[in-house]
Design a protein around this ligand. Structure first.
Ligand SMILES: [Zn+2]
Length: 348
């Protein structure tokens, strides 16, 4: 029995030499001292079969062996922990001689997008869907369907860029859309009534550019069609938008104005957010800012959208998104917005 214990001790010492990590050490510990089938544990368990005298001597030897083995295992455990710590330290070492990595610059939203996202969220909350339209549009949807026939003078005010031989249909004149209203009849034809939708997006005009005119700008078109939709609903939506943009005190003033695709048509003004109606440079001393065109959708337009005007009514409004952006950020020259000039864009 004594030699068996000696053999076990030397076995442990030998095995320890090849152990490189904690998992292997635990395995060895379990093999020798494990409660269920450890080699030393089994020897201790066998003590009960010995005579009293033998048990006294062997028991003591076995206890000594156990203490010795536990001690060497513990020492190895501490050595391994220190080695781990050294390795981690080495991994975390900072090489201060390395040149600095270039700073990564993150982009941000264009001011147009900031204002557009804000309004999309507002209209979503009122149950409007957000539609995209194509920037190249047929003459029909851009003008004719909106009650602007070929000879109509309103076309002169919206001169744009014309596209010849468009691959979809070379017979129909195609245009760079002059207004997001071009989506109105498309949406009515596709979704029918009732409908609530907004169409934010790019529009184009053939303009001699200056601080207030640009060939590319943004609008936000909105429309609601349903049974019993009245002018009061239109006013409610416009007031909600105005208060969202410029605060609860904002007042809305509606004046009659002619647009071919609405009847009656109005022009919407709101109290100037800067001077609160007292008159300043931004509102040209009037105290009011013109930001909407709107009205009840003309029956001819509803008919083009396959909607029965005797059953359904609707209203439509257009916001000059670009104008809202310029007012919000105090931008004096519209041409900055499409310039791609980073010195300008980084301010937002
Ligand atoms: Zn003002």
């Amino acid at each position: 029995m004594q030699s068996k214990l000696e053999q076990l001790k030397s076995e442990v010492l030998l095995a320890l030499k090849s152990i490189k990590n904690k998992a292997n050490l635990e395995e060895l510990e379990n093999k020798i001292l494990g409660r269920k089938n450890g080699e030393l544990t089994n020897i201790m368990k066998g003590l009960k079969d010995l005579t009293d005298d033998e048990r006294k001597i062997v028991g003591q030897l076995a206890n000594e062996a156990k203490l010795e083995i536990e001690a060497v295992l513990q020492t190895k455990k501490i050595q391994l922990s220190q080695a781990d710590w050294q390795t981690n330290l080495e991994k975390e070492r900072l090489d201060i001689t390395q040149p600095a990595l270039p700073k990564i610059e993150y982009g941000h939203f264009h001011p147009n997008t900031i204002v557009q996202n804000d309004l999309e969220n507002l209209f979503n909350s009122m149950g409007f869907m957000v539609l995209d339209g194509s920037e190249i549009e047929s003459d029909y949807y851009n003008f004719t369907a909106l009650n602007i026939p070929e000879s109509h003078p309103a076309r002169d005010m919206q001169d744009t860029f014309y596209v010849k031989n468009h691959e979809v249909d070379s017979e129909t004149p195609w245009v760079m859309r002059t207004q997001t209203s071009a989506m109105q009849v498309r949406a009515l034809q596709k979704y029918g009534a009732p409908i609530r939708a907004i169409v934010p997006g790019k529009c184009f005009r053939n303009e001699a550019t200056d601080v207030r005119h640009e060939h590319t700008f943004y609008q936000l078109e909105g429309f609601v069609v349903g049974e019993n939709i009245t002018f009061a609903h239109l006013k409610g939506v416009l007031e909600t938008v105005a208060k969202h943009l410029y605060g609860e005190d904002t007042k809305v003033k509606l004046r009659p104005k002619y647009y071919p695709f609405v009847e009656p048509g109005i022009n919407g003004e709101v109290t100037c957010f800067l001077c609160k109606g007292n008159g300043c440079r931004v509102c040209k001393n009037t105290g009011w800012l013109e930001i909407f065109g709107a009205g009840m959708i003309h029956p001819n337009v509803l008919k083009q959208g396959n909607i029965d005007p005797s059953k359904y009514q609707g209203f439509a409004f257009g916001l000059g998104l670009t104008r809202l952006v310029m007012l919000k950020y105090g931008i004096e020259d519209i041409r900055h917005l499409e310039s791609g000039d980073l010195k300008f864009l980084k301010q937002f």
